[in-house]
Design a protein around this ligand. Structure first.
Ligand code: ATP
Ligand code: MG
Length: 268
């Protein structure tokens, strides 16, 4: 089983057709679950609706959207609506029987709402703010995913979780993909984005161990740091290998699992 995540920058104009062709090859002999992102599109639509987005940075260097009530509504509209349905339509048009759902549907992803967030303010000081509508994932309904796959569909999952109080929560797409791969005991997690993989000092890193990843985490910029962290989470949950790669090449998933492209992260 393979879990693959398509990042937001990759799907700006829909799912690339080369990627869909590759998905067709993969599903001929493997089970596949697709997760998508879409941060840029959420920010764009929110701005068109007159709701400028605010971004916050944690002391560890993680950048995230500040998600208040209005923002989580827009986030849900764009992720579970526009983007998820666009990807499903793209896949269907090329003969892949995709079924789109969010973490809310069938309680697919449950999370605990964060009460407080620690941020670094613009003066560089630590400050605690209200957690808003973001959460820490606690469970994945793997039975539902198996049901969908066994029914002959490819699940396409948007990164929204259900809180204890039954509210939608913004959860990061890379982390969603990590938890799904962990809960389903997937063999591989492939995180596809708009760059070839992890770069350090302008050099592409082709192989990275968890030990090395921990050491260099603080040197990685926003966007990529979340992927490396998600990779470590997935490996900890029992996934054998994580590959961060570009989704814009001709066979993005196949070439990643054959180690022809991207950054391979594993325990050794
Ligand atoms: N050391 C690094 N190596 C490679 N990319 C990096 C590094 N540091 C920061 N980045 C940035 O990380 C970005 C990828 O993460 P980003 O969150 O922007 O996209 P995504 O995860 O594909 O989309 P989404 O968050 O919408 O799912 C790259 O475009 C790159 O600019
Ligand atoms: Mg991202």
């Amino acid at each position: 089983m393979i879990v693959a995540k398509a990042g937001g920058r990759l799907i700006e104009n829909g799912l690339p057709s080369d990627l869909i062709k590759d998905i067709k090859t993969i599903i001929a002999s493997n089970k596949l679950i697709l997760v998508h992102g879409g941060g840029v599109e959420v920010t764009d639509i929110a701005s068109k609706l007159g709701k400028e987005q605010m971004f916050i940075t944690s002391p560890d260097g993680f950048r995230s959207r500040y998600t208040d009530k209005e923002t989580v509504e827009i986030y849900t509209m764009v992720m579970a609506g526009k983007l998820n349905k666009q990807i499903v339509t793209n896949l269907q048009s090329m003969g892949v029987n995709a079924l789109g759902l969010s973490g809310l549907d069938g309680q697919l992803i449950k999370a605990n709402r964060k009460k407080k967030l620690i941020i670094i303010d613009n003066r560089g000081r630590k400050r605690a703010i209200d957690g808003g509508y973001t959460g820490k994932i606690v469970s994945v309904n793997s039975k539902l995913i198996h049901l969908i796959i066994d029914g002959g569909y490819i699940p396409v999952i948007s990164p929204i979780a259900l809180s204890e109080e039954f509210e939608p929560l913004n959860v990061d797409g890379d982390r969603v993909a990590a938890y799904i791969s962990g809960f389903l005991k997937a063999d591989k997690l492939v995180l596809m984005t708009d760059v070839e993989g992890l770069y350090l000092d302008e050099k592409l890193i082709t192989k990275l161990s968890v030990l090395e990843a921990k050491e260099i985490l603080h040197q990685i910029g926003p966007g990529m740091i979340t992927k490396v962290y998600a990779a470590m989470e997935a490996l900890k949950m029992g996934v054998k290998e994580v590959i961060i790669t570009s989704g814009l090449s001709s066979k993005p998933i196949s070439s990643a699992i054959e180690h022809k492209h991207g950054t391979v992260i594993s325990y050794e």
